[in-house]
Write a protein that binds this ligand. Structure first.
Ligand code: SAM
Length: 259
């Protein structure tokens, strides 16, 4: 879901000629081998991207084309967020990736080692939000995609977003979050005191069992012009391919605060 929405975040920002800065705070290893055993076991690809590759709905065409183009260059692998973002950059735009895990960071460095538009840091995301903002370009996107292995992740995200927004008020921030049940998500929203926020959510079922990942969302601060309209079409297309409406699959776009 977050990957399918990346073109809707970056294309509108690319309409103005001034260069863009993109920060991917939890960048990962950059690419995924979907044929490898861990990916096969979870069925993530079979129940996800594999269902979008044929007769692709128009709203997903941009994203699926990026995935197919990457797969052709990289033996069928699936691109992570840094690779998708890189494919959306124009020649004067810059991407900075932070990844704390040494092996993942090394893999990411190797992927972009000859690319002057991408820099890769082995660095803590929350520290990077303070150190790297505001960017000299004065415009850009900050993608925050934490793993939520720590129970305090929502709290850290709320603090991180608040600090980062104070440093870069015009930046577009997109933060991914899991929806296991509603209470932690409501508390997260209530903890944020920022203008111009929307939440985009894709639910696979009603969030009744908190032990399961029932859906996910992307919180956007300063959504680009036209983003909510594009996101609606993208979510509907994802639902039509991935969701079972009878099981409670649904999409929502909620405005949390005004400009
Ligand atoms: C959900 S994965 C990122 C996936 C990636 N954004 C993508 O879409 O392809 C989260 C990543 O964050 C890294 N990570 C966890 N805690 C971190 C921290 N405090 N700072 C930077 N990276 C961190 C993990 O090693 C993991 O690779």
């Amino acid at each position: 879901m977050k990957h399918a929405l990346l073109p809707a975040l970056l294309r509108p920002l690319s309409r103005k000629p001034a260069p863009l800065f993109v920060l991917d705070t939890h960048a990962g290893a950059g690419r995924h081998d979907l044929a490898a055993e861990p990916a096969r076991r979870t069925g993530e690809a079979a129940n996800g991207i594999a269902r979008l590759l044929d007769n692709t709905p128009a709203a997903l065409e941009d994203y699926v084309t990026l995935v197919k183009d990457w797969g052709q260059k990289d033996q069928g692998r699936y691109p992570g967020s840094p690779a998708l973002i890189r494919a959306l950059l124009r020649p004067a735009d810059q991407l900075t990736c932070c990844e704390a895990h040494p092996e993942d960071c090394a893999a990411l460095r190797a992927l972009f080692r000859r690319d002057p538009q991408v820099s890769v840091h082995q660095r803590d995301a929350w520290e990077a939000l303070k150190a790297l903002l505001p960017p000299k370009q004065k415009r850009g996107l900050i993608l925050i995609d934490p793993p939520y292995e720590d129970p305090r992740e929502f709290e850290r995200l709320s603090q991180g977003l608040t600090t980062a927004h104070a440093r870069f008020r015009t930046g577009v921030f997109a933060a991914w979050y899991p929806v296991k049940h509603r209470a932690p998500v409501r508390a997260f929203f209530a903890s944020l005191n920022l203008p111009d926020m929307i939440a985009v959510e894709l639910m696979l079922r009603e969030p009744l069992d908190p032990a399961r990942l029932n859906g996910c969302g992307l919180l956007i601060v300063n959504p680009p012009f036209g983003f909510a309209e594009s996101a609606r079409l993208i979510l509907d297309a994802l639902l039509s391919r991935l969701g079972d409406r009878e099981a409670g699959a649904a999409a929502a776009i909620v405005r949390l605060t005004h400009e």
